[in-house]
Structures are given as C-alpha cells and as structure tokens.
Design a protein around this ligand. Structure first.
Ligand SMILES: [Zn+2]
Length: 179
C-alpha cells in the first residue's frame, strides 16, 4: 500500500521521504529536524505546488498535506495510532518510526519544532494534546471547499482531530482517494 502511494507521486517531490524506511528515516529526521517540516509544504521549487489532485488549492489543501508528507496516511488521519495513544503514554521506549512521523507532522501543522528525542510515551502525550488544539486554517479552508463553501456548518470550537474526522468523512463520501 505504501509502495502504491509512492508510485502515484511521480513529481520527484518525495525523493527524500521514503515512508518504508521506518527507524532509518527517523535517524535522517534527526539530522534535518525542523528544516523538513518547514520546507515540506512550502513553495520550494514549484513542483510540489502544481500537484493538488483534489480540485483544491495546493497552498492549503489538507489532503495534500496528509498524502504528500511521506508518512503512512492512515497514521496521519488518526486511524492507525490514535486508539493506542492513552496506553502508550506510559511507555519509556524510543518512538517508533510511525510515532515519530506522526509527531513530526503535527508539530509542523502547528508550526512548532519537532523533538526527535521524545520517548514513545512523551510523543503520545504531546500528540494527544495537539489533537485537541483548535482546527487549523488549512483544515477550515479544506472543509469549507469540500462542503461547497458553506462555512456556516463549521462550529467555532472544532478541534484539530474533529476537523480531520469531518474532512475524512467528506472525502470518503465524495469518493476522493486518501481516506
Ligand atoms: Zn490536494
């Protein structure tokens, strides 16, 4: 499944983001730290910007953020790991590759630095705290566009996880790939 995702992106933008590398990838994150989260969604060379396949604006399309990040989208959509977060909060083990990728993604979403030295438990705790932050502008724009521009449907206290779930449901209803 991850191999398929890679092959669908042939714009060369993910040449240094191989999600299959797991812990090896985490080691490379350690070297580049916040640089990777800041440049990922930005207009680095133009090729990334051209690629929204969802009919939205790639400068804020949340689906592009999730799909192009280089971590299993099931993790970033909250499907793969969220149910385990409360159990993992007591773990002193090093972060798994997936957990590190999830934390790195969410830190980038809130324009915060990513600390690659977190334990699995610290990462789970911080991730849980990100999920109850208010929805981001990117999420709200994506939701508004997907729901036909009717922004009145979005409640003002929508959380990050709540907005993500609404986007995922809307995407599933509309048959877009990703969720
Ligand atoms: Zn898109």
């Amino acid at each position: 499944m991850q191999a398929d995702d890679d092959q669908r992106h042939d714009d060369g933008a993910d040449r240094d983001h191989d999600p299959t590398k797991g812990d090896t990838h985490a080691a490379s994150i350690r070297a580049s730290r916040t640089v990777s989260v800041k440049t990922r969604g930005a207009d680095a060379d133009g090729s990334v910007m051209a690629g929204c396949t969802h009919g939205l604006d790639p400068t804020w399309c949340y689906l592009c953020r999730v799909e192009d990040f280089g971590v299993d989208p099931q993790v970033l959509w909250g499907v793969a790991l969220d149910g385990d977060l409360s159990d993992l909060e007591r773990s002193g083990a090093p972060m798994s590759g997936q957990m590190a990728g999830y934390l790195r993604f969410l830190a980038g979403e809130f324009e915060l630095g990513f600390d690659p030295t977190f334990t699995q438990g610290e990462a789970a705790t911080v991730i849980a705290s990100f999920l109850i932050e208010p929805a981001t502008a990117s999420q709200l724009q994506t939701l508004g566009a997907l729901s036909g521009g009717d922004g009145d449907q979005v409640e003002p206290d929508l959380t990050y996880a709540g907005a993500r779930l609404r986007i995922r449901r809307t995407v599933a209803l509309r048959g877009l790939r990703s969720a």
